[in-house]
Design a binder for this molecule. Structure first.
Ligand SMILES: [Fe+2]
Length: 267
């Protein structure tokens, strides 16, 4: 295993004590045992992380990444900033990932609703400029992925995200992003659009209550299912392979994609 990709909403409910909370041990360090996942766990903030409960859980996540220690040494929890770039595998990287913060200011223009809050408009603008600069950078890996908690397109109840469609989607088209990884809706999805270079892959069936889909996969797919599960990404120089698996490890859906963007379904 080269990397764990955590797609946000890492903490529902209170994170009492911030980085001192016992939940770090039981619901991260032990839930993903280090002997199985001896790799960095790249994390991005979801809307449930953007809560002051009692204090900002996002601030605790950034701090835990900086100072978190376990009996085996430093934590694998990796979140150097709200948005950042990484590549893996560590030796001879094959995929570049741009990890983004999709917590956009609310539609009413505010950035705070009770204990929930969002990026500021200034951070939103800074991140967008950073994203384009990173997309323009010379890349040594055959594949390019972006990850953000909120889906840009979703067949689930949260639906399509109009701000991300306006701000991010044109950049994905322009710079041929291979893959967008999201969570947020409590289901598993894989959406393709004609003449769009990006595959939209949503893995949100991690344990919280499942949601009914709003759009059937026969209308917009190839795949959307209300099911608990997790997802696997493997990468070689010639292709990436993505799979959705149910909670028993049975493969539900999969596809491969080549560097020039050809998608092939596996089942
Ligand atoms: Fe969410």
């Amino acid at each position: 295993m080269q990397a764990l990709l955590l797609l946000g909403d890492s903490w529902y409910g209170a994170l009492d004590g911030g980085i001192s909370s016992a939940r770090w041990q039981s619901q991260f360090e032990e839930m993903y045992p280090a002997d199985v996942f001896a790799c960095p766990a790249y994390s991005i903030p979801g809307n449930h992380d953007y809560q002051r409960w009692p204090d900002s859980k996002v601030v605790a996540e950034l701090e835990y990444a900086r100072v978190g220690k376990t009996s085996a040494g430093p934590t694998r929890w990796t979140m150097p900033s709200l948005w950042y770039r990484f590549e893996f595998p560590a030796k001879l990287p094959l995929i570049t990932c741009l990890a983004l913060d999709s917590n956009m200011p609310y539609a009413d223009g505010t950035t705070s609703h009770g204990r929930d809050f969002t990026l500021t408009p200034q951070q939103q603008t800074e991140q967008l400029a950073w994203l384009e600069a990173e997309l323009q950078r010379q890349r040594t890996t055959p594949f390019l992925a972006v990850m953000g908690h909120h889906p840009i397109y979703s067949d689930g109840p949260h639906g399509d995200h109009h701000v991300l469609i306006r701000d991010w989607d044109p950049l994905f088209r322009k710079y041929n992003v291979h893959l967008y990884l999201a969570g947020h809706d409590h289901d598993l999805q894989h959406l393709e659009f004609e003449n769009h270079p990006t595959s939209f892959f949503l893995s949100g069936g991690g344990g919280a209550d499942l949601y009914n889909l709003k759009v059937d996969q026969s209308q917009r797919g190839p795949y959307a299912q209300k099911v608990y599960g997790f997802s696997h990404l493997s990468v070689t120089e010639r292709q990436i392979a993505l799979r959705h698996l149910d909670s028993n490890g049975r493969i539900l859906h999969g596809f491969t994609k080549t560097p020039d963007g050809k998608v092939k379904l596996l089942n």
